[in-house]
Write a protein that binds this ligand. Structure first.
Ligand SMILES: Cc1cc2nc3c(=O)[nH]c(=O)nc-3n(C[C@H](O)[C@H](O)[C@H](O)COP(=O)(O)OP(=O)(O)OC[C@H]3O[C@@H](n4cnc5c(N)ncnc54)[C@H](O)[C@@H]3O)c2cc1C
Length: 267
């Protein structure tokens, strides 16, 4: 009996940090005012990284805008987005489908991915992600859900049968190691796995890239599963770095699902 999942689990596993002693030493070596006169971000590490890097361009430590919110907003408004590339956040996503991950990995600039391998890892016990339209309470019919669960059960059975058949068929002497043979079996058997198969993926991206991802994937035109994920990521990043993500506002569509739009598009 397969396990069905209704939505993602999102873990924020890495975030930016600043070595304040090194920043202080750099400011002293350069003969510019010390913290806090040069760096107005206070304890906010994400904003501080944006500020240290942006002020370096003009060596404007201790000069110019005194309010950090005003400083960051000016960077966003003038699309000086390259400084946001210094600030990285890493997430682990589980309970997401292979169709979602296929869309996710299309985001190239500033992203790093490590995804659970279907060649190394056995998928006979794999779980399936129910598309949001078919989750209870979203107005889908019982008939549609039965069609989906029957199809997924059948695919799961076919995978196990294919593994068993290849286990018997593939000659052991043709492989250098047991791992190579197992990999050959699983990489062939995975061809019958559906898009709904759960995957787990570690994704790190910089703030400029996360902003672009969220903008593209939280529109009404994006697939509901990835839109839901983009909105969860946005909510976390708004808590973590309010100055860098606070310009996104939320809306609700007639079907009750949410979208988000930035004030400053593609910085
Ligand atoms: C609603 C929606 C529907 C979609 N439908 C389809 C579809 O039907 N078929 C399909 O194939 N894809 C589809 N996509 C995926 C889409 O085409 C992009 O591949 C994906 O959104 C990543 O966007 P990106 O290239 O801007 O992002 P990234 O790859 O993260 O790039 C960010 C930005 O960097 C710049 N950049 C990156 N690489 C290059 C480069 N090589 N040369 C020049 N500039 C570069 C661009 O300005 C780009 O916008 C869809 C996306 C959305 C949101």
């Amino acid at each position: 009996m397969s396990t069905f999942l209704n939505g993602p689990k999102v873990y924020l596993v890495s975030k930016p940090s600043v070595d304040w002693e090194q920043v202080a030493e750099f400011l002293e070596d350069e003969g510019v005012p010390p913290i806090p006169d040069s760096i107005r971000a206070g304890e906010d590490e994400s904003a501080a990284i944006a500020e240290v890097s942006a002020r370096l361009c003009y060596m404007s430590y201790g000069k110019g805008r005194k309010d950090i919110a005003d400083f960051i907003t000016n960077l966003l408004a003038s699309k000086d987005g390259s400084v946001f590339e210094h600030i990285n956040y890493g997430f682990v996503f589980t309970g997401v489908s292979r169709s979602l991950s296929h869309e996710l990995v299309r985001h190239r600039a500033g992203f790093a991915f490590s995804q659970r391998s279907q060649r190394y890892v056995d998928e006979s016990e794999s779980r399936f992600v129910i598309p949001p339209a078919l989750v209870n309470g979203n107005g889908s019919s019982e008939h549609a859900k039965t069609v989906l669960s029957n199809a997924l059960e059948k695919a799961s059975e076919a995978y196990s049968q294919l593994v068993e058949a290849l286990e018997e068929a593939l000659p052991r002497e043709k492989f250098e190691s047991r791992t190579d043979r197992r990999k050959a079996i699983r990489q062939a058997a995975r061809s019958v796995l559906p898009n709904a198969t759960e995957t787990k993926i570690f994704v790190t991206a910089n703030v400029r890239a996360w902003r672009h991802f969220i903008e593209m994937r939280s529109t009404p035109y994006a697939d509901r599963e990835i839109r839901n994920l983009a909105i969860i990521v946005l909510e976390i990043l708004q808590r973590e770095a309010p100055l860098l993500f606070g310009d996104f506002t939320f809306d609700t569509l007639p079907d009750g699902t949410r979208t988000a739009t930035p004030k400053y598009s593609k910085v």
